[in-house]
Design a protein around this ligand. Structure first.
Ligand code: ADP
Length: 432
């Protein structure tokens, strides 16, 4: 407790104490010696109190202070009060940390807290089970020395944590984990690893199923279309049957196109081909594409112009890039009313190489744009069917571009036309 006039009381006590010695000295006729003796006594008593305080602070196990009187009583009380306050604060903090740890132990994912030097500060029980971390042995060790998968190390060192990555578990290669890193506080990182084995297995099953079904349907369809062609030719005298066979042939062709597109999509999804291994002669590809566009443009009478930089070759997967670019060019031909104008660009810009198809067709309203690259999404189902489209074209483009670290950009105004474009990074430009 704080006493407001304790200094005054101490001063009075000191004066009284020295006063007694002064009276005795005066009585014995040696005032100075008596006052000096009193001062020495006071000094020694204070040293003795200091010694006791030191012993209590550093050697005693007792929390409560020894009983003393005078000015020392206030000092002991003050220290005792501060100690008690600190102890309560420590207790509260301890409780808080305990509750936080209990909460994070209840997390369904592995969690690791890492400091600015990539050293582990703390990890939960699932991190020990799933990531093979040992606690407390691994506290203070670098996380990238303990989780050694190259994909994780690259992800961790790049410092771009916008997207999670999928990596096999360090303890069980049959399990797949999704790692997500979240920076927080003073350069601390929270690493969350989620077991997504089931999801990735289902995704694999889905891909395999689509690829297998498409493959299996290919042969029977080829047989059907072959017979339909023969029967169509031999039925020229019966107009009804002739029309029926024509329609059946057209629908079979549509199914064949659909299956081909599904197979292309499956191949691209499963593609492990490295994009930096082969140089693609894009100008040559566009020369070939302009001939195909001309053939497709026979009834449409569009003006199609290719503005191609003849020296601009890039690293990539040729079949995939051909598929993406031709899909965009042929879509422009299909969805632009006859007599339209289509411009195709392949040129360098500040950000990289830009491919763009600009048409002056009907355009697409804004509410469709975000969903255009979804499988089987069409703006006008009936019209797309007439053009023979499978509804997979833009999905294929999206996957190809994602494989080439790019993305499709669509801008469109109803009644004015559309621009479908993408940019390949400077890194992909091949020296000529
Ligand atoms: P589809 O095989 O039906 O053409 P896509 O995935 O290639 O499928 O295209 C999806 C939809 O996007 C199309 O059905 C069409 O409505 C619209 N679309 C694509 N390109 C254009 C374009 N250049 N102009 C207008 N609409 C387009």
């Amino acid at each position: 407790m704080y006493y407001p006039f304790s200094w005054l009381r101490s001063l009075v006590k000191l004066a009284l104490y020295l006063g007694v010695f002064a009276i005795v000295g005066w009585y014995l006729d040696d005032l100075l010696v008596a006052v000096i003796a009193g001062t020495i006594g006071l000094l020694m008593s204070n040293y003795w109190q200091l010694y006791k305080l030191n012993r209590w602070l550093w050697h005693s196990r007792k929390m409560s202070p020894p009983t003393v009187t005078g000015v020392w009583e206030h000092i002991y009380e003050g220290i005792y009060y501060l100690q008690r306050r600190n102890r309560n604060k420590r207790k509260e903090l301890g409780e808080l940390v305990k509750r936080f740890r209990e909460g994070s132990e209840a997390l369904p994912d592995a969690a690791v807290v890492v400091d600015a030097k990539a050293c582990i500060i703390w990890c939960n029980r699932l991190a020990r089970l799933d990531l093979g971390l040992k606690w407390p042995t691994d506290a203070g060790r670098r996380v990238d020395n303990l989780i050694r998968h190259p994909a994780f190390i690259e992800y961790f060192h790049t410092g771009d944590f916008d997207y999670p990555i999928e990596v096999p578990s360090p303890t069980n290669p049959n399990k797949t984990f999704e790692y997500r890193i979240m920076p927080y506080g003073d350069e601390h990182l929270l690493l969350i690893a989620r077991d997504i084995t089931r999801v990735s297995q289902l995704e694999e099953m889905r891909k395999d199923f689509v690829a297998n079904v498409s493959h299996e349907l290919r042969t029977p369809l080829t047989v059907i279309s072959g017979y339909l062609e023969i029967m169509d030719m031999s039925n020229e005298d019966n107009p009804f049957m002739g029309k029926a066979f024509k329609e059946m042939s057209a629908q079979t062709l549509r199914m064949q196109n659909l299956i081909e597109d599904l197979l292309v999509l499956s191949r691209i999804e499963a593609s492990a081909e490295r994009i930096y291994e082969h140089v693609v002669d894009m100008p040559a590809m566009f020369r070939q594409m302009s001939l195909e566009a001309k053939a497709l443009n026979k009834d449409k009478h569009h003006q199609i112009h290719f503005h191609v930089d003849p020296a601009l070759r890039v690293y990539g997967v040729e079949t995939e890039l051909r598929s993406a670019c031709s899909n965009l060019v042929f879509n422009a031909i299909h969805y632009t009313p006859p007599g339209g104008e289509i411009n195709v660009y392949w040129q360098t810009t500040e950000e990289g190489v830009r491919f763009a198809v600009v048409d002056n067709g009907e355009g697409i309203s804004q509410n469709h744009l975000a969903r255009l690259t979804e499988r089987f999404y069409r703006v006008d189902k009936a019209r797309s069917r007439k053009t023979g489209g499978s509804g997979l074209g833009l999905s294929i483009v999206k996957h190809v571009l994602s494989h080439h670290n790019s993305q499709l950009d669509i801008t469109s105004t109803v009644g004015e036309g559309s621009t479908f474009s993408f940019i390949l990074n400077h890194e992909l430009i091949a020296e000529s």
